[in-house]
Design a protein around this ligand. Structure first.
Ligand code: FAD
Length: 705
């Protein structure tokens, strides 16, 4: 059927790192197979499609949230436009839409950008034809994404058919029959399921129940295993499934249409082996010092790196972060080349072109692959080869193996029925492509498939742990070396890509506690990046509270160095009260910056230093009692009165930095409890007071997972 005759709809996306874009593209591609035609457009080009004209309806939005609840860069203008109070209330009265918001519950303001756009569309008269999905990257997007996508097609068809044969109008507009802006959906089974996905407060329950379903399955396997006297690992594994999964008919996703042709040409120029360095963004900076901050017997190893930025005009402020670009590990690049059978061609130049006959609507040559790069360079600097393969990638790998057992297992792992196995054996273990190719030895993907499915190698951000007032021409940062232990699918443990690389890089000059420094200086390719809101209060008289266990203390060292200098330079000025809540395992092994922090207390720069040790027994007792302040939030709770007073009566500031997965959530829950108890408010009102602080940028987070 010629495109023009197919029922048509629009897909709009706002993407920061490409996830929303790739989902949007998947929808547009699948439309073709379903006899529909989808236009697709990035929100940054939204002005081209003129949403306010009736031409485009239905519309499917796929929008992510980034940073501290911010819109992706590509959606910022659209969000600003749509939030204008002067827009007519019926601007989008002709529009019916479906919305998929992507977010991460590890961060505050889950799916904030999606929720903002969604609610503004409703305010401006648009109607949902399908309940909004809020997919959580913290537990796996697919838990919400898969059922949402599954129901989307029927909903689009219904919306299209209603537009072709309009329902009786009310208020002059075509009335949507599925989910209107202010009604609950009708009670068909699909609607009930989808409505659940749209309830904000239900998100975590849904994902939890789905996760529980996945873990319940593991539990039942464990019971079965103990009854038969064998272990779970003897039964099911990455490469092997059990009944009922192994006997089920599977719903597997459509094969992503291939779209790239790759030619390898013999190179005539010397291969680039170094990092991409450009004047505008990337600088190669010498490392002047590296110090191990933890004792050798500490569970985690934290390193401090000092960079010499004196010959790079890079102004930074405490609270900023910098991005470090690191290469993929040479041994993994070598192994991948070997597995692809391309070792002999690693120095050949890559030529990419789009397949003429491709069915992929949005086919594009990835912009981040430099022209004429060699194969070796591509795998070293352009592609995130360790990324956990998405189900669409697994679906494509099915076609790359001739072994029927491998085919079936790969089908299971990308199927709806095999979701729990995918989470358990692939996602939760952080397995990458090489791990899968090792487990499925007959699988031989072409290079083009890797370029189509592997994302761009991302730089890693690190918070500045110094003030340039105290250390002119120097920038410090601190990190833990990430360790991935051996597991099923990864026989040997490995370290995080960037932290492992940094640790190797500075090894020759590393100063261990109590040892002298060597003089060689390796160079670090890096790019700077601002974090504009994580700043000390500009008003020196405002009190502030810092919560930063482990390496989360990094930006606060910068804050305190800055404050100390300011105090020295303004002896007459009145400075506010400052609090730091720090936490680590053991006083003697991993109390980062211990002397420096005690120095800040001695000089009066830091008024209160509250430290909790999660594995030490409190002095005078034999065991860690439950009443001892074990984590930062316990210490916080024991100073509830002061903290709430400083924050809400004296207009103070609260900063949280570090682990997003547990700490930031626990701290937030504790703050709710504290505000509720101190101000005699119910939980909801306490949450509103904290939300108010966030709005005023007086409760700021710099957290990572
Ligand atoms: P990768 O190979 O990329 O593996 C990371 C993956 O490992 C994660 O996706 C996660 O799934 C898993 N993982 C398991 N355990 C951990 C763990 N303990 N920490 C992180 N990931 C884990 N890190 C610092 O150490 N110090 C900082 O000052 C700092 N500042 C940051 C500031 C910002 C704004 C952001 C977004 C992140 C910051 N990070 C910081 C995190 C840092 O950017 C990297 O993510 C981290 O160092 C891991 O990088 P990697 O390449 O070694 O790990």
């Amino acid at each position: 059927m010629p495109c023009e005759l197919k029922p048509r709809f629009l897909v709009l996306y706002g993407s920061q790192k490409g996830q929303a874009q790739s989902i949007a593209e998947g929808i547009a591609d699948e439309a073709e197979e379903r006899g529909l035609f989808a236009d697709i457009c990035c929100l940054s080009e939204g002005h081209k499609v003129k949403l306010s004209k009736t031409k485009y309806s239905p519309v499917v939005f796929v929008v992510s949230t980034t940073g501290d609840g911010d819109p992706p860069d590509t959606a910022q203008k659209f969000v600003k436009r749509i939030k204008k109070k002067t827009l007519p209330r019926d601007l989008y009265a002709h529009l019916c839409y479906a919305f998929l918001a992507l977010g991460d519950t590890n961060y505050a303001d889950f799916c904030k950008c999606g929720k903002t756009i969604d609610s503004r569309l409703l305010d401006l008269g648009a109607k949902r034809f399908y309940a909004t999905g809020h997919a959580d990257d913290g537990v796996g997007l697919e838990l919400v994404l898969d059922p949402w996508l599954e129901g989307l097609w029927e909903a689009i068809r219904e919306a299209l058919s209603k537009m072709a044969a309009p329902q009786p109008e009310r208020d002059g507009h075509v009335r949507d029959q599925r989910v209107s802006s202010n009604e609950t959906p009708e009670s068909s089974a699909t609607d009930i399921k989808l409505h659940l996905l749209s309830l904000n407060e239900s998100e975590s329950q849904i994902t939890k129940s789905l996760t529980t379903a996945a873990s319940a399955k593991t539990d039942s396997l464990a019971v079965l295993a103990s009854e038969t006297g064998s272990s779970v690992n003897d039964l099911a594994s990455l490469t092997r499934s059990l009944p009922p999964l192994s006997e089920l008919a599977l719903n597997i996703p459509a094969l992503p249409p291939p779209y790239l042709d790759v030619m390898l040409q013999e190179a005539t120029i010397e291969e680039e082996i170094n990092a991409p360095v450009s004047k505008e963004t990337l600088h190669e900076v010498p490392i002047s010092r590296a110090v191990q901050l933890t004792r050798d017997d500490s569970v985690k190893t934290a390193l401090l790196i000092e960079m010499d930025i004196s010959s790079h005009p890079m102004a930074y402020q405490p609270g900023d972060s910098l991005d470090v670009l690191c290469p993929n590990r040479a041994s993994e690049v070598g192994e991948l080349l070997r597995r692809l059978g391309l070792e002999d061609q690693k120095s050949n130049r890559i030529q990419l072109s789009l397949q003429k006959e491709t069915m992929k609507k949005t086919a594009q040559i990835p912009s981040y692959i430099p022209e004429n790069s060699t194969l070796h360079y591509l795998l070293t600097w352009s592609l995130e080869i360790r990324t956990v393969p998405k189900k669409a990638f697994l679906r494509s790998l099915v076609e790359c193996t001739g072994d029927s057992g491998e085919k079936r297992r790969l089908q299971e792992l990308c199927s709806k029925q095999g979701s729990a196995d995918y989470n358990l054996y692939v996602r939760d273990h952080n397995l990458g492509l090489l791990d899968l190719l090792t487990a499925f030895p007959a699988c031989q993907p072409p290079l083009s498939l890797l370029i189509e499915h592997l994302p761009k190698l991302q730089p890693r951000p690190y918070s500045a742990a110094s003030s340039s007032l105290r250390h002119p021409g120097r920038l410090h940062f601190v990190f833990n070396i990430i360790e991935f232990p051996a597991c099923a699918g990864r026989p040997v443990g490995r370290r995080g890509l960037c932290t492992g690389w940094l640790s190797d890089l500075v090894d020759p000059i590393l100063v261990h506690p109590g040892k002298a420094q060597s003089s060689s200086t390796p160079a670090l390719p890096k790019v700077s990046r601002g974090n504009c809101s994580f700043r000390l209060p500009s008003d020196l008289s405002k009190p502030f509270i810092m919560i930063g266990p482990g390496t989360g203390v990094a930006p606060f060292i910068g804050f305190l160095q800055q404050r100390e200098k300011e105090r020295e330079e303004n002896p007459e000025a009145e400075f506010s009260e400052t609090w730091l809540f720090f936490g680590c395992r053991h006083r003697d092994r991993d109390f980062l910056f211990r002397e420096e922090l005690q120095g800040f207390v001695a000089s009066g720069t830091l008024t209160h230093l509250k430290v909790s040790f999660s594995r030490d027994t409190p002095e005078g007792t034999e065991t860690q009692t439950e009443t001892g302040p074990r984590y930062v939030q316990h210490n916080l709770l024991s100073h509830a009165k002061d903290i709430v007073n400083l924050l809400l009566k004296e207009n103070g500031y609260l900063y949280v930095c570090g682990d997003a997965k547990n700490m930031a959530k626990d701290v937030n829950d504790t703050l709710i409890e504290m505000v509720s108890a101190e101000l005699q408010l119910d939980k909801l009102d306490a949450m509103k007071r904290l939300a108010g602080l966030r709005e005023e940028k007086r409760y700021l987070q710099d957290i990572w997972s």
